[in-house]
Structures are given as C-alpha cells and as structure tokens.
Design a protein around this ligand. Structure first.
Ligand code: NAI
Length: 253
C-alpha cells in the first residue's frame, strides 16, 4: 500500500484522484482549505508550516505527493500566486525527508495549459526567487496575467527542482501534468456562459470532441505517483485534448 498526500483533495481533479488511488488500494491523506484529513490554507505561509509539522507527526514515510490545490480568477491575483506557486514550491521541499524514506517516492504537480499563454516575466522571476511578498505585490499590478504566470513559474520550478540535490539523486522523482480545460468547479463559470465558452475555445482549442472529465486525467496522475514511473524526471505532459499542439504547432519539441 502506498501513502499518498493529495492537496486540493476536495476539488474536481483531487477527488477523482483520491477515488482512483483508493481503487488501487493506496492510502490517501487529503489536504484542502476546508475539509479533508488536514485542512490548511496553502496560500498562507504559517499554515503551510503548521501543515508540514502535522504531517511529520502523523506519518514516517510518504510514497507520493500530488499537488492539485489551485485557484483561478476571479480570486485576487496575489492569492492566486500564493496558492498556485508558493502553495506548492514553498511546501514540497519540507516534505523531502518523508519522501526520501520511501522506496519509490514520487511527486506530481498540476500546472496548466495556461503556462503557454502570455505571462509576466517579472512575476515569474519573483516566484522563482522565492520572494512571496514582492511576488504578491507584482501580481496585483499584473492582474489578469497572474494565473498563467503562476503556472508557468511552477512549470519552470518543476524542471529546475527535479534535478536538484535531494530529489532525483535520492530517488524522489518530480514531474507535473498540464491540464487543458477540465469540467470542474474551476472551469464552470466559463463553461456556463456563451461568452465564457468562446473565451475557452480561443484559449484551449480542442482536437477532440469535448473537454475532459476529472476522471480522464486521474489515471495519469496516479501513474506518475506510482512506483512504475521509474525513469521520468522533470517532465510535464499536456493533457489537453490537443490544445497545446493547436496553439503552438510543431515548433517546441
Ligand atoms: P477545483 O476548484 O475543483 O479544485 C481546487 C481545489 O483546491 C479545491 O478543493 C479548493 O478548495 C482547493 N484549494 C483552493 N485554494 C486552496 C488553498 N489556499 N489551500 C488548500 N486548498 C485550496 O479545481 P480543479 O479543476 O480540480 O483544479 C485542480 C488543479 O488543476 C488546480 O491547480 C488548477 O489550477 C489546475 N487546472 C485546472 C484546469 C481546469 O480546467 N479545471 C485546467 C488547468 C489546470
């Protein structure tokens, strides 16, 4: 049995993952802002610290962590950056000792197709420098670019961290997935209006017939969190019904 910590476990993608890993016989520890086994606001530094302390008191080993927690507009840009970037990057490093105690530790981070949308480079730099206060200030100026910037910064953080000391060299394999539009509460405000659907059609065009259900991406998350994902390091596949290819064509290989 694998111990797996899931953040955003009460959300659409998190719930689908929890259901999937339970069907595999794994033991999920669920974190969410309200509810789950441990409730914590990952957008608040002190709560991240308290959460890590509670996790360390409760288990000796973590086989996998999957970070699904995230927020999107109309949430304030500063909150978006604190949850989506620092609620992952400012949290995972402190779980490394518990992960290193596993025979096959895996970490999976949920980024977004938005990481290929226009971003604010200065905001990304502040995130990657670990400067949460200034990143929050910058996000308020950046406004609508905060979500894409937080996810693009996270994608870069995955690549740089996956190969840094204490991770792959200690067997802790870090990867991500970048979903396109998934039919969850987060996408619902856009899916429920004609204007929103037009916006989605431009931002996440589809090569397939329809947007995905959360259960469509849970198996890939579970695979990347499993002992079977043996040689994958720092990769972030787009799981998006073709959106990234339609947006970027053949260029980035
Ligand atoms: P959701 O809104 O259903 O779930 C998000 C979960 O995160 C909720 O349970 C929420 O309570 C939790 N959460 C929010 N703020 C939190 C905080 N401060 N601390 C702890 N937990 C917090 O949305 P969904 O779709 O399941 O999103 C999961 C991830 O997938 C997010 O990171 C999102 O950015 C990403 N994503 C979603 C897409 C979509 O179309 N639904 C597309 C691309 C990425």
């Amino acid at each position: 049995m694998r111990n797996i910590l899931v953040t955003g476990a009460s959300g659409g993608i998190g719930t689908a993952l929890v259901n999937h890993v339970q069907s595999l016989g794994w033991r999920p520890f669920q974190v969410d802002v309200h509810g789950g086994d441990w409730s914590a606001d990952l957008g608040v530094p002190e709560q991240r610290t308290l959460l890590c302390e509670r996790i360390a008191r409760s288990c000796d080993v973590l086989d996998a962590v999957v970070c699904c927690a995230g927020v999107a507009p109309p949430v304030d840009p500063e909150k978006i950056v604190s949850v989506n970037f620092f609620g992952v990057a400012g949290f995972l490093g402190r779980l490394l000792p518990l992960l290193q105690a596993s025979a096959s530790p895996r970490v999976v981070v949920v980024t977004s197709i938005a990481s290929v949308h226009p971003v604010d480079a200065a905001l990304m730099d502040l995130c990657l420098a670990g400067d949460e206060l200034r990143a929050r200030e910058r996000a308020m100026q950046t406004g609508a670019l905060a979500y894409a910037s937080s996810k693009a910064a996270l994608a870069r953080w995955v690549r740089r961290t996956a190969i840094s000391s204490g991770w792959a060299d200690r067997g802790v394999l870090l990867n991500g997935i970048a979903p396109g539009t998934i039919k969850t509460a987060m996408a619902q405000p856009l899916l429920s209006t004609g204007e929103g659907r037009d916006k989605l059609a431009r931002a996440t065009p589809l090569a397939v017939a329809d947007y995905a259900e959360p259960a469509d991406i849970a198996p890939l998350l579970a695979f990347l969190a499993s002992a079977d994902a043996r040689f994958i390091v720092g990769q972030i596949p787009f799981v998006d019904g073709g959106s990234e290819v339609l947006l970027r064509g053949e260029a980035p290989v």
